[in-house]
Design a protein around this ligand. Sequence first.
Ligand code: NAI
Ligand code: AKG
Length: 411
Amino acid sequence: MTTARLSVPKEKIKFVLLEGIHDSAVQTLKDHGYTQVVTAPKALVGPELVELIADAHFLGIRSRTQLTADVLEKAGKLTAIGAFCIGTNQIDLQAALRRGVPVFNAPFSNTRSVAELVLAEIIMLMRGIPHKNAVLHRNGWVKSAAGSYEVRGKTLGIVGYGHIGTQIGVLAEHLGMQVVFVDIEAKLPLGNARQLPSLDALLQAADVVTLHVPETPETKDMIGAAQLARMKPGSHLINASRGTVVDIEALADALQRGHLAGAAIDVFPVEPQGNDARFESPLVAFENVLLTPHIGGSTAEAQENIGREVAAKLVRYSDNGSTVTAVNFPEVSLPGHAGRSRLLHIHRNIPGVMAQVNERFSKAGINIAAQYLRTNDEVGYVVIDVDSDSSRVALDELCGVPGTIRCRVLY
Ligand SMILES: NC(=O)C1=CN([C@@H]2O[C@H](COP(=O)(O)OP(=O)(O)OC[C@H]3O[C@@H](n4cnc5c(N)ncnc54)[C@H](O)[C@@H]3O)[C@@H](O)[C@H]2O)C=CC1
Ligand SMILES: O=C(O)CCC(=O)C(=O)O
């Protein structure tokens, strides 16, 4: 891999923000002196994506833009990526790491929004509202209590008891629901929630099952025909996690047979690129299914907070070198570097790199004022503060170290 060297003034650093990221991000960047910000309202693919990010130093996306190893390879100047959302499954994190590109996300900002939507869906499903609503839109009328239930006293099964799952559990208990959950980790149950030993036990116990796991190889098709068959007859499924978690054909079949009374689905295996694209799914045929266009986290509050939060992380990395909370990168927390120049060096984690750095600096007579190092299996990240009048020479020396992936001096 060729070494990427970055030493450009702030106003020339280019940010590209896709997928309608909130204006709070642009404002945060501008407030910190980053004026070159290009925005696009939707996700891009293929040549359009590659062309726009070819000279970008920082890239912001949400859940739709697919950053494969191939795409990343064509973005030679890319310094960091901001995922303005929670999920980072759309990014090849390992490929980004190997290119010396940290990825930041917003792990909390939209979790309450998802929890509120799911809470509303639990009630809507238990009252059969999706079907009743559809009938009235066709000028019909179904005033009936058949298949309509209070949620009080019913059992909610939460799959994935993380930031979102726990909040839903607490809110559901306020409605009088019993909460059970499963997780791959042992979790502190909040309120009266109970952790069950297996997914099967949860599926058999719950009146409503709600999914809040990340997209991983283990969660792919986690809910398929066998799992749906284990759910109680007349129960409901909610998925606001990732489309790959549920086998949609199997769900359609369970609905067709009337085994499930309804479902609420916010995420799909294939989602349209933007608002002008067509949505296709076997689920459109079912009036007892509440379909939403991946808007679990799409509230004004969440998007504004996410815009600020992730932009601030990108600014911090650009201004200060801090990688705290990066999801794929050695985390380094750094003090300010007033009065000195700060150099960032990302290298393959092979023996001898730090010895080379120190030897080169010593030979060139460069005084190291401070040095911070963190490594993981593949990559080492060293941050070095030097007197400003030696920063150019220091950058040349650093970039020449064998194993260098990326080197940069901060302005
Ligand atoms: N619909 C939407 O707009 C949104 C969707 N999401 C999705 O929701 C997911 C969950 O978000 P958070 O709760 O914030 O994440 P989190 O990381 O706080 O929680 C996920 C939980 O799932 C557990 N888990 C992982 N693999 C599992 C498995 N195989 N079986 C059981 N449990 C497993 C983890 O241990 C963790 O406790 C995100 O990864 C994202 O994909 C997040 C925000 C908005
Ligand atoms: O609203 C978005 O951009 C995606 C939300 C989401 O799925 C996430 O935060 O992981």
